[in-house]
Design a protein around this ligand. Structure first.
Ligand code: TZP
Ligand code: MG
Length: 225
């Protein structure tokens, strides 16, 4: 079945975003609310803890028939049988990850410009994470804030037949801006396949409600804005 990227949850385990909530419960709630794909992103745990938490999250995503991707750590994805990985520009290269995880794995790559996007597309990435769209406290020191203009530049190339692949935007996205971003990504391009969020769901007091609200907005973008 084709992967549904429409509401893409990236997790965060830091107290500033997760608060005192329990990550597996938040992921479960987000899935109830309508998240379609989950990336386990954890920049501080060691490998053993990543595997332990990855296994717990995978049990939950499997129950909802939703893919689990692991940020950065191809070995962790392999160890827990996750559906794939998400790789930044400084992570393991795409070809090596593909060799390790096999042809069925979902391998996503971050791109902040047209060059990175085309390289990932021609290297066999399954989707592109385009960003950082807007400045966000969730990820400091991002090298580039590209805005909707940068997003449209990338989509223009990724809409061409020889580079076609699904795209999600990330960075500072929430219920107040996603309809505008989705709308502006369209025409003359194919437009985005999904919206990726961290804090809009993970930091929410009620992650299920937050996911459901984002879900409704994504599913009901007006024809003009
Ligand atoms: N990559 C680019 S921005 C970002 C990542 C992981 C963080 C996005 O977080 P938020 O809270 O959705 O702005
Ligand atoms: Mg990375």
């Amino acid at each position: 079945m084709a992967t549904d990227y429409s509401l893409y949850l990236v997790t965060d385990s830091t107290p500033a975003i997760l608060g005192d909530k329990d990550l597996p419960s938040v992921v479960e709630a987000a899935l109830q609310g309508g998240v379609t794909i989950v990336q386990y992103r954890d920049k501080s745990s060691d490998t053993a803890d990543l595997i332990r938490m990855g296994e717990r999250l995978h049990a939950i995503t499997k129950k909802h028939n939703v893919p689990l991707l692991i940020n950065d750590h191809v070995g962790v994805a392999q160890a827990i049988g996750a559906e794939g990985v998400h790789l930044g520009q400084d992570d393991m290269d795409l070809q090596t990850a593909r060799r390790i995880l096999g042809p069925e794995a979902i391998i996503g790559v971050s791109a902040s410009n047209v060059f990175e996007a085309i390289e990932a597309a021609s290297g066999g990435a399954n989707y592109l994470g385009i960003g950082t769209l807007y400045a966000t406290p969730t990820k400091e020191n991002t090298k580039s804030i590209i805005g909707t203009a940068g997003l449209r530049d990338i989509l223009q190339f990724i809409s061409k037949p020889y580079h076609k692949l699904p795209t999600v935007a990330i960075g500072g996205l929430n219920d107040s801006n996603i309809q505008r971003v989705i709308f502006q990504s369209k025409s003359p391009n194919k437009g985005l396949d999904g919206i990726a969020v961290v804090s809009a769901i993970i930091a929410a007091a009620d992650p299920e409600d937050a996911a459901a609200a984002l879900r409704r907005l994504i599913d009901n973008v007006p024809p003009t804005l």
